[in-house]
Design a protein around this ligand. Structure first.
Ligand code: NAD
Length: 510
């Protein structure tokens, strides 16, 4: 039973929420960018887009902000990120709700995304006292060699619709403690959450005191704004999250000017279910990884590689779970699968299912679901039994489709796991230590993330996040990802009175 306000009230729900989060709601009308909620398809704002002059000025201001900010001691920079975390804690419910309204995530996932922002802020605050270099043994007497890390410059952050706030935080929290200024180009499908985050950041700035103007900026717009950031020589690092097509378009442009990149692109993630797997646990993990966020996570499970001896014990239970999962308005507490982002996503799902069928696949589910009073795109998650891993199964379709193939021996399963162009995330379900270690080893999964008895999605921020091959090779969030946001200098200091040269080279001038 629905406890949501009537669907026609959606815009009326968004505006006070934005106001509560500190956004000036006068700017929500009259612009060229129509923002729609996937819940109903209704327009909830018309935003003004950044033109070339605004973008150019924002980059210039960010560069000037960087020149001041890089001189602020790192632990003090961490204090700003700590205050951002305080604001995010206070705003968690409201911002999570806005994520639900703008991106269509169910309540716990919307809240979870804000929690992820809080977690990376905490991580970055600690990091602000640990930005450490090395001291390295030198071959020369009375010399010292060391590595030091310095702020890099303006960091552009281009984000996708499906993690409209967390991905900015993964990047911005690290970039800010590293001493950089940030310029954010959010997805044109989810700009309102970006405006809300910017307002919260400005609250933190006010509590902090003196931060340079333009330390963090949001530029609303589409591809053209992203391209301006990509091509601007004042931006030494572009962290871009989105489709492989986007990465393919921007990577050569960035390479042309030798800019640094963190590319977080498409995934096509698999799970292997072995004969020794705990099937109850695997079932729950597979259901969340494949259907959670309506299959719209970069780490969503899309390929299930099941041992032939397990197939008949697992597949009927999965088909039943997919057929009965609650699909609908994500504001309803009982809903587990909300809408697809737009009609384009729904059309891509229809095309993929038709292609799978043409390739001999058997489709269970996948049909559109009507939600009363809504023009949103709701679908029943689909399971497709495939005769082999071919064609559409090797592509990323950003929708809840789980392709299933069987295998006979682990080498075959590992080969299937790795035989796609993408390399983001992967899992094995096994209670056999040898199988688990093989999956995690050098001849195992070729992905940036490899899990045991956990689905491929739902990473914590403590580890480095990212993937190989067409996923782009970038790493962000935890571990030593911070190094991507700083420049490294190797320093050799001679504290003696002679000048011995390395490698025994002599060069004695008269
Ligand atoms: P998208 O590629 O359509 O857009 C992503 C962002 O890139 C948007 O802000 C868009 O405006 C911008 N953009 C697009 N073309 C550009 C260009 N030529 N120059 C500069 N900017 C450009 O992606 P989407 O549909 O918003 O998101 C879904 C995709 O993102 C999926 O492929 C998903 O796997 C991927 N994704 C990856 C990760 C990861 O960490 N690997 C995380 C989230 C999403």
């Amino acid at each position: 039973m629905s406890h949501s306000p009537p669907l026609s009230d959606l815009a009326a729900e968004v505006v006070p929420l934005l106001s509560e989060l500190g956004v000036d709601t006068a700017g929500l009308r009259g612009g060229t960018l129509a923002v729609r909620s996937p819940i109903t398809g209704a327009q909830i704002a018309q935003l003004h887009e950044a033109d070339a002059a605004t973008t150019e000025a924002a980059i210039g201001q960010a560069r000037r902000a960087f020149e001041t900010w890089r001189q602020v001691p790192a632990p003090r920079r961490g204090e700003l990120v700590r205050l951002l975390g305080v604001e995010l804690r206070a705003a968690k419910v409201a911002l999570g709700r806005l994520v639900t309204l703008e991106a269509g995530k169910i309540r716990s996932e919307g809240q979870g995304e804000v929690q992820e922002m809080i977690d990376i802020c905490d991580f970055a605050v600690g990091l602000s006292r640990q930005l450490h270099g090395l001291t390295i043994a030198t071959e020369r007497p009375e010399h010292r060699m060391m590595e030091s890390w310095h702020p890099l410059g303006v960091t552009a952050i281009i984000t996708a619709f499906n993690f409209p706030v967390a991905v900015w935080a993964w990047n911005a929290a690290l970039a800010l403690v590293a001493g950089n200024a940030v310029v954010w180009k959010p997805s044109e499908k989810t700009p309102l959450t970006a405006l809300a985050v910017q307002a919260l950041f400005e609250r933190a700035q006010r509590r902090f005191g003196d931060t340079p103007a333009g330390l963090s900026t949001v530029l609303i717009g589409g591809r053209a704004v992203g391209e301006a950031l990509v091509d601007d020589p004042r931006v030494p690092l572009v962290s871009a999250t989105g489709s492989t097509a986007m990465g393919r378009a921007i990577a050569p442009r960035l390479a042309r000017r030798f800019a640094r990149t963190i590319l977080e692109l498409g995934g096509n993630n698999a799970a292997i279910v072995t004969p020794s797997a705990d099937l109850d646990l695997a079932l729950r993990a597979i259901a969340f990884a494949a259907m959670g966020t309506a299959g719209q996570r970069c780490t969503s499970l899309r390929r299930l590689i099941v041992h032939s001896s397990v197939r008949d014990r697992l597949l009927p239970r999965l088909i039943k779970a997919f057929a009965s999962v609650a699909v609908g308005d994500p504001r309803d507490e009982s809903t587990l699968v909300g809408p697809l982002i737009d009609a384009g996503a729904a059309a891509a799902m229809v095309r993929a299912l038709a292609a799978a069928q043409a390739a001999g696949g058997t489709v269970h589910g996948g049909e559109p679901i009507a939600v009363a009073g809504s023009d949103g795109c709701y679908v029943r998650p689909a399971i497709v039994e495939m005769p082999a891993q071919t064609g559409v199964m090797t592509e990323e379709t950003f929708a809840p489709i789980l392709y299933v193939v069987t295998y006979e021996d682990l080498a075959e399963a590992l080969a299937l796991n790795n035989a796609v162009p993408q390399g983001l995330s992967s899992s094995i379900f096994t209670t056999d230590l040898r199988e688990a270690e093989r999956f995690l080893g050098a001849t195992g999964s070729d992905c940036g993330i490899a899990n045991v008895n956990i689905g491929p999605s739902g990473a914590e921020i403590g580890g480095a996040f990212g993937g190989e091959k067409e996923t782009g090779g970038g790493r962000e969030a935890g571990s030593d990802s911070w190094k991507a946001y700083m420049r490294r200098a190797t320093n050799t200091i001679n504290y003696g009175h002679t000048l011995p040269l390395a490698q025994g080279v002599t060069f004695d001038i008269a």
